[in-house]
Ligand binder design. Sequence first.
Ligand code: FAD
Length: 411
Amino acid sequence: MSEKKQVYIVGGGAAGFFAAITCAEANPNLSVTILERGKSVLEKVRISGGGRCNLTHACFQPKPLTKFYPRGEKPLLGPFHQFQCQDTVDWFESRGVKTKVEPDGRMFPVTDRSQTVIDCLLGAAQKAGVRVLKSTRVTKISLANDDSEQWIITTPAKDYRADKLMLATGSNPKIWTLLKEIGHQTISPVPSLFTFNIKDERIKELAGLSVPNALVKVPGTKLVANGPLLITHWGLSGPGVLKLSAWGARLLNEKQYNFSLQVNWLGELNYSTAEQALRKIKEENRLRLVVKYPQFEIPRRLWQRLTTAAGIEEDRKWADLSKKQFNKLVTELTQGTYEVKGKSTFKDEFVTAGGVFLNEVDFKTFKSKNLPNLFFAGEVLNIDAVTGGFNFQAAWTGGWLAGRAMAEVNE
Ligand SMILES: Cc1cc2nc3c(=O)[nH]c(=O)nc-3n(C[C@H](O)[C@H](O)[C@H](O)COP(=O)(O)OP(=O)(O)OC[C@H]3O[C@@H](n4cnc5c(N)ncnc54)[C@H](O)[C@@H]3O)c2cc1C
């Protein structure tokens, strides 16, 4: 009997485990091994989603799903036709992990514990016969010095020889350097999903207040995003800001996180529609104090700050607003400019934009186009998404397709 073919997966995270399980289940004649540098595996799954693991999103059509990926939108369309959010739900449910959808579309295990997802992955890996070697840091990979097209994987303790090699190392810059040395281009890493530091009287000491639907843009660029905005101790956060940070990850890095941000607190209204709406409000509230009665869905204290910024005195009634004050109020509501000076980490989720150059990967199999028998999945690739479970979805999809492809080994 010939020796078992060897599949090695570097990285015991979401992508690595999904690939290993898929590969071992699809071809039990293979030996599948995960090499993990840490003392434990699936660490990011454990801390994800505030310990609840937002494992996917209730978006079940491939095309709309791709729109959540600032990097990877086009290449992921084909893969999502093979394995998308519904497949993730089915995969976990068929292994005993029931999931639930929250009102914003994020999906979690019903237990609200990431440990449920970890236990499922560990159990499935064990059942499929996947070997997991912890505390095993890969320091080098190189093609064997013969015509076998096998890979030599170097770790401090020993070398391993692989018929198929997959890198699922997340955002480890050392692996990108290694890849560059052996002939793969990588895009330099920059952070994505961060919040904006802003010191401004209009939002000072209002931490915790939010508006349900705002629009934020960076004037002079194409960057624009909508969604809820949250005022924090350091500035602005919330889905609108996080989206902008993801789409602008590279540009905002170039600006060293110093830029002007235009905030439309009214979201769907622009300057002229807001002006019309305010005229109506003015007519209907002529004898009321402007500062006292917040309009639209703006919280009371924020409304007071915006009216103050518009130069409206506390005892000013709607009927007595000057044209200048009225116009300035419309501007403050729809086009207020805030100076961003730096960024902060978003507590629930952050990812790295950058990684393996996507043109060099075949997205039918997540296989390298440049080097033989080499596969990638997860954050090692230049793919990342906004918050909501999409980053894990990319890891599951890539892991599944790469796992299936690696299972097709000629005996
Ligand atoms: C705090 C936080 C919360 C998050 N929450 C969510 C969420 O709720 N939903 C969501 O979709 N996304 C979330 N994300 C993003 C998500 O965790 C990542 O996109 C995802 O984990 C990427 O999976 P991966 O397998 O590619 O990489 P990783 O999970 O980073 O796994 C890579 C593994 O490779 C190992 N490794 C690296 N280099 C080597 C080496 N040289 N040798 C051996 N092993 C190596 C690492 O130790 C690690 O275990 C969150 C991220 C953070 C930081």
